[in-house]
Design a protein around this ligand. Structure first.
Ligand code: PLP
Length: 382
């Protein structure tokens, strides 16, 4: 069994994806080809944002957002302690100090009450300027934006939505990638909407930021005449070389259609089979609150405390079932932050999750039989 069955997806979409790849190869329009614009238009319409600027990957997307806001030295950026490394790496890379905040143990997402405590503490101490929040839609579930936004508004913080895992999710019908002042996503192959390499996108409703972001993506090019092909040889700020390849955009167009037409609904159905099958096992299952809709980047359960997780994983592996640990380490305890104020955090929920979580095989193409097999083998292993 595949953890996420990308070969199966390719088999289903092969005709369209092959045609798209060949079309781009034949056109030789490899950088900023028409498919890139078409994809950006398609994605803005789908999520309901005003601007979409594609870029090289989801990590660049966060870094570029931070740079557009001028986040840097002396700024505190609040980040969940339980997430993929990029969420904290990017603000730190711009010179800011990530302050790690604990998460909710059922949704795995940033705990808004703890966020407010952390913000108050930073303001009271006065060492850093409380500048921004990176909220993460972990495992596909949108963070608690109504509560997080209230904190951001109260303390004048910018909000970045890291929707690298959250594309397709929603709260009361409003889609992810629209909750942040700037929102970002990733098209890494295993994400809910993945391409065939690295890719990312940045969303915002703010015209000024959108222009700035487009400039940063192409070496800080002059945007006063955006259609001037020589603009990138007039550099008005420091930027990056961060673009989505035409080839990846061309692959994403048919993949997006499948995602919106049936994959998102199907993965919700598959996740529902897990929830049903694992109900009475004593495992803590992911909780989707009323009004929330997940795009299920992962189905992550919590084993009873004290369970030998490695042994469970090995037993499942022996019968051909791959499971993963997302994430084994709290952000604040990564060696990269040793000796900095980012290494100081009080996050008992994250500490416990890192010891107990296990992510099960999941994708829209899994059958009921496959999920039943994982459920029964997992029960056996416990
Ligand atoms: C994958 C991921 C990223 C980074 O995306 P890349 O495209 O791999 O650079 C950022 N944040 C989170 C939460 C992620 O899961």
């Amino acid at each position: 069994m595949q953890f996420r069955d990308l070969p199966k997806q390719y088999e289903v979409l092969k005709a369209q994806i092959d045609a798209a790849m060949i079309r781009v190869a034949a056109s030789a329009h490899f950088i900023s080809g028409p498919e890139v614009k078409e994809l950006e238009k398609t994605l803005t319409e789908y999520v309901g944002a005003k601007h979409c600027i594609t870029c090289a990957n989801g990590t660049d997307a966060i870094t570029i957002a931070m740079r557009a806001w001028g986040v840097g030295k002396g700024d505190a950026v609040f980040v969940p302690d339980f997430t993929f490394f990029s969420s904290g790496e990017c603000p730190a890379d711009e010179g800011a100090t990530p302050i790690y905040v604990d998460v909710d143990q059922r949704t795995y997402n940033l705990d808004a009450a703890k966020l407010e405590e952390a913000v108050k503490k930073v303001i009271a101490e006065g060492k850093y300027k409380a500048k921004a929040v990176v909220a993460v839609d972990l495992f596909g579930l949108p963070a608690d934006y109504p509560a997080i936004k209230a904190v951001c508004e109260k303390y004048g913080l910018l909000l970045l939505e890291d929707a690298a895992q959250g594309f397709g999710g929603s709260i009361n019908g409003r889609k992810t990638c629209t909750f942040g002042d700037i929102s970002t996503t990733s098209f890494f192959p295993a994400k809910p909407l993945g391409c065939y390499g690295d890719g990312g996108a940045i969303f915002t409703d703010n015209d000024e930021w959108a222009t700035l972001i487009r400039s940063i993506c192409v070496h800080g090019k002059d945007m006063s005449n955006p259609n001037d092909p020589n603009a990138k040889y007039n550099n008005v700020r420091l930027g990056k070389n961060s673009r989505l390849d035409t080839l990846q955009a061309a692959i994403l167009l048919p993949k997006f259609k499948a995602f919106a037409d049936y994959e998102l609904a199907d993965i919700n159905k598959v996740a529902g089979w897990y929830t049903e099958g694992l109900r009475d096992t004593g495992l803590v299952l992911p909780e989707i609150k009323d009004g929330f809709y997940s795009s299920w980047a992962q189905y992550t359960v919590q084993l009873p405390e004290g369970t030998d997780r490695k042994k469970v994983q090995d037993q499942l592996k022996a019968v051909g079932i791959p499971c993963m640990v997302y994430y084994p380490k709290p952000m604040h305890s990564h060696g990269a932050f040793t000796g900095t104020d980012s290494a100081v955090a009080d996050c008992p929920v994250t500490e416990r999750l890192c010891k107990t979580v296990l992510s099960l095989p999941l994708d829209p193409y899994k059958t009921k039989e496959e999920i039943d097999l994982v459920v029964s083998e997992l029960k056996k292993a416990l």
